[in-house]
Write a protein that binds this ligand. Sequence first.
Ligand code: SF4
Length: 123
Amino acid sequence: MDPEGLARLDRRIAGCRACPRLVDWREEVARTKRAAFADWTYWGRPVPGFGPPDARLVIIGLAPAAHGGNRTGRMFTGDRSGDVLYQALYDVGLASQPASAHADDGLELYGVRVTAPVHCAPP
Ligand code: SF4
């Protein structure tokens, strides 16, 4: 996909408020937090896809987790499913590191993009 077009789409997604019920939920979770993450500033917005725009492989999940992607701002980051996924991608040479901890941890994906049809954490 055109890199500029995908970057524009990601920006639009991150600012989307089209689904009132999902917007209320993601923002409530971001305010109330889980005790273990009390010191985090949750992302609390739609989570864009992650990975290069020219990826030949796309991995599609369901939606971000309330205290995973909704907290960290990166797909499959901050929950157990992400731990398994990124370790597997690293094992086959598709990720630069075996863990995805937060959006600024330096992780790069090689030829794979991770996304979901629903970009907001559902209740
Ligand atoms: S689920 Fe998708 S359409 Fe609905 S508010 Fe989130 S980003 Fe927008």
